[in-house]
Design a protein around this ligand. Structure first.
Ligand code: NAD
Ligand code: SER
Length: 315
C-alpha cells in the first residue's frame, strides 16, 4: 500500500478520508480523484485526477501514470437520489465498481476498498443488533447495488485473489462537507439548522431509529480495516460497524441540552419509508474480533463537538 487513489474524494467521506490519508501516508502518495472539479480547493497539495468511474480508461490511465497500488472507491449514488434515478445508481454503483475491480485485477493492485452500507438490509432482516451474515433483501436500488457490490467483492476475492475490503457504514455525521442525497442526511442538517435558526423540520418521523457514526470514528474504522492483516480477515466487503443509535427525537433532546430554545417538527417524506427497514442497531462482533474495531464517539460527545465546531463558524 504505497500509492493510494481515492475516487469520489470530494464527497462527504472522501474529503475527510483523503485528508487523513495525507497525514498518515504523506500527500505525495495520495492521488485524489472525482468526476467533479475541486472548485473549493480541498486538496491544494495533492495531485488531482478527473476520473469518472464509469469510464475504465480514466481509471487505468491514473493507475499507470502514478503507479497506483491501492484504490479506495467512494464514488456512488446514495439512497434517496438512487430512488429518484435507479438506473443512474446502478450505472455508478455497479458498472463503476466493476471498472474498479477489473482494473484492480488487471494491474495486480495490492488492495481495493469500497464502502457498503446499512442499506443492504431490508424488511426480512432483524431490526435490532442486526447480524452481519443474514438475509439481505433490500427494498431500495441503492441497497440492491450495495448487496451486489459486496457479492462482487467476495466473488473476485475467491476467484482471483483481489484483496477487496469494505465496511457497511452506518449514517455518517460530519461537519466539513455536506452529505449528498442520503436518508441519514437529517442527522447532519439538523446541526446547521439548530445553530442558524434554532429549529428543524425533519423528513423522518420522530421514532425512526438508525445506527450512526461520527466522522472521526468512520475514518479510524476505514484505516483500521485498510491496514488489517488479510490473513486475519474472514470477510471481504461486508463488515458491520456500530458506534451509536438514536432517533430524531433523541438527537433533538441532546441538542436542546446545548440550545434550550431549539425545536423540531416532523414532515416525513419518502425517506421515512427507506429508513423503516434499515436496522436500528448492528452486531459488529466480526469487526471487533477480526480487526479490533471499538468506537470512541457516543451521542453526547458527538453533539457537543458538532455544535461547537459549527457554532464557531460564521454561518
Ligand atoms: P457523496 O455523495 O458525498 O460523495 C460521492 C462522491 O463521488 C462525490 O464527490 C461525487 O462527485 C463523486 N462521484 C459521483 N459520481 C462519480 C463518478 N461517476 N465518478 C467519479 N466520482 C463520482 O458520498 P459519501 O457520503 O462520501 O459516500 C461515500 C461512500 O460511502 C459511498 O459508497 C456510499 O454509499 C458510502 N456510504 C456513505 C454513508 C454516509 O452516511 N455518508 C453511509 C453508508 C455508506
Ligand atoms: N447514509 C447513506 C444513505 O442514507 C446510507 O448508506 O443513503
Amino acid at each position: 500500500m504505497k500509492k493510494i487513489l481515492v475516487i469520489g474524494a470530494l464527497g462527504q467521506i472522501g474529503s475527510e478520508l483523503a485528508a487523513a490519508f495525507n497525514e498518515r501516508y504523506g500527500k505525495e502518495n495520495i492521488i485524489v480523484a472525482d468526476v467533479a472539479d475541486d472548485k473549493n480547493k480541498l486538496f491544494p497539495g495533492n495531485i488531482f485526477e478527473k476520473i469518472d468511474v464509469t469510464d475504465s480508461d480514466s481509471i487505468e490511465a491514473a493507475i499507470k501514470r502514478h503507479g497506483i497500488d491501492t484504490i479506495v472507491n467512494l464514488a456512488a449514488i446514495l439512497s434517496a437520489t438512487g430512488e429518484k434515478n435507479p438506473a443512474l445508481a446502478w450505472k455508478i454503483n455497479i458498472d463503476g465498481l466493476l471498472n474498479v475491480i477489473h482494473s484492480g485485477i488487471k494491474y495486480k493492485l495490492d488492495r481495493i476498498m469500497v464502502p457498503s452500507s446499512i442499506a443492504v438490509f431490508g424488511p426480512q432482516s432483524v431490526l435490532y443488533n442486526t447480524p452481519q451474515d443474514t438475509v439481505l433483501v433490500p427494498n431500495t436500488m441503492y441497497g440492491v447495488t450495495k448487496v451486489v457490490g459486496e457479492m462482487l467483492g467476495d466473488y473476485y476475492f475467491k476467484k482471483t485473489g483481489l484483496d477487496f475490503r469494505g465496511i457497511r457504514y452506518p449514517g455518517v455525521i460530519s461537519n466539513k462537507t455536506m452529505p449528498g442525497g442520503g436518508t441519514t442526511d437529517y442527522a447532519v442538517e439538523i446541526f446547521y439548522e439548530a445553530v442558524k435558526n434554532k429549529k428543524y423540520t425533519c423528513f423522518l418521523s420522530a421514532e425512526s431509529c438508525l445506527p450512526m457514526i461520527y466522522m472521526p470514528d468512520c475514518i479510524r474504522a476505514t484505516i483500521m480495516l485498510l491496514e488489517a492483516d488479510r490473513s486475519k480477515l474472514r470477510h471481504c466487503g461486508n463488515y458491520n460497524v456500530g458506534a451509536m443509535s438514536f432517533t430524531p427525537e433523541i438527537l433533538a433532546d441532546e441538542i436542546k441540552k446545548h440550545i434550550p430554545e431549539f425545536t423540531i417538527d416532523y414532515r416525513p417524506d419518502f425517506r421515512r419509508e427507506i429508513a423503516r427497514y434499515w436496522p436500528a442497531s448492528v452486531d459488529d462482533s466480526a469487526a471487533r474480533a477480526e480487526w479490533g474495531w471499538q468506537p470512541e464517539w457516543d451521542l453526547p460527545h458527538t453533539v457537543a463537538d458538532m455544535l461547537g465546531t459549527i457554532g464557531s463558524r460564521n454561518l
